[in-house]
Design a protein around this ligand. Structure first.
Ligand code: NDP
Length: 246
């Protein structure tokens, strides 16, 4: 029996890419998955396919910039499946470009989704984790925060803010209730480049994706690895990038 069997896992950004692959893999390994994103038709189709294969999946429209949406997602896990073992705070956008372009709206959007969205997830899940006496917070950060490159500064800053947040939370949680894991992917073949407004920057990222990117299922396996560890083992950070990425 997989150590994932029977766990209840809520995933934000589950309508495509890494979140979708994670939902499918965890459901295959016996988790009940609670899927959140804005594109509900896609969520519903993914959930239907999971259920057709004998898995357990429910969906909810979630915009992570709205605190109450995260509360409803966590609430759905509890009402449908009785508990929440893991929250995967994965939703993210990448409105990258040179800082000098002063795309203030893009900066705000990234802060709202990539950082505030994770904070709202924590606000929703932490009380449930504390009441249960256990819980696991997994977030998708990025190698963009480890090796800073031109055009990625603000995006990387949001990801490093989440990395910092998780480390602080970890240090406040040594009573054994909460585990935290930051999953840090390099280039992964997903729809993320669609959120880049600057056509030149988008072209460059798509070129890199075509050259390097690994499949989202590789990241899903990393998430599964963190989740399936025994309770006393916390995988703090996993860096997973294409072997050929510089
Ligand atoms: P995708 O664009 O395929 O997935 C992003 C997901 O986030 C979608 O499901 C989207 O759903 C969701 N999302 C975006 N905005 C919101 C919002 N306001 N509320 C709720 N959900 C939202 O890209 P990835 O799978 O690549 O991205 C997943 C995570 O991985 C992101 O955090 C990204 O930063 C990170 N990452 C990706 C890398 C890559 O190379 N692909 C590398 C490193 C990190 P919907 O639009 O339906 O709401």
């Amino acid at each position: 029996m997989s150590a994932i069997e029977g766990k209840v896992v809520a995933i934000t950004g589950a309508s495509s890419g890494i979140g979708e692959a994670t939902a499918r893999l965890l459901a295959e390994r016996g988790a009940a998955v609670v899927l959140g994103a804005r594109r509900t038709e896609r969520l519903d189709e993914i959930a239907r396919q999971i259920r057709d294969r004998g898995g357990r999946a429910v969906t909810r429209a979630v915009d992570v910039t709205a605190r109450e949406d995260l509360e409803r997602l966590v609430g759905l896990a509890v009402t449908e499946f009785g508990r929440l073992d893991v929250l995967v705070g994965n939703a993210g956008i990448s409105k990258i470009g040179p800082v000098a372009d002063l795309d203030v709206a893009g900066w705000s959007a990234m802060i709202d989704v990539n950082l505030r969205g994770v904070l709202y997830g924590i606000a929703a899940a932490l009380p449930v984790f504390r009441e249960q006496g256990q819980g696991h917070l997994v977030t998708t950060v990025s190698t963009a925060g480890l090796k800073i490159t031109p055009t990625m500064a603000v995006y990387a800053a949001t990801k490093n803010a989440v990395r910092t947040l998780l480390e602080g939370l970890r240090q406040e949680s040594t009573d054994g209730v909460l585990r935290t894991t930051a999953v840090s992917p390099g280039y992964v073949r997903t729809e993320l480049a669609d959120s880049i407004d600057d056509p030149e920057v988008r072209e460059e990222i798509l070129r890199n994706m075509n050259q390097y990117a690994i499949a989202p299922e590789a990241v899903a396996r990393a998430v599964a690895f963190a989740i399936e560890q025994p309770r006393e083992v916390e995988i703090g950070e996993i860096v997973i990038r294409p072997t050929t990425q510089n």
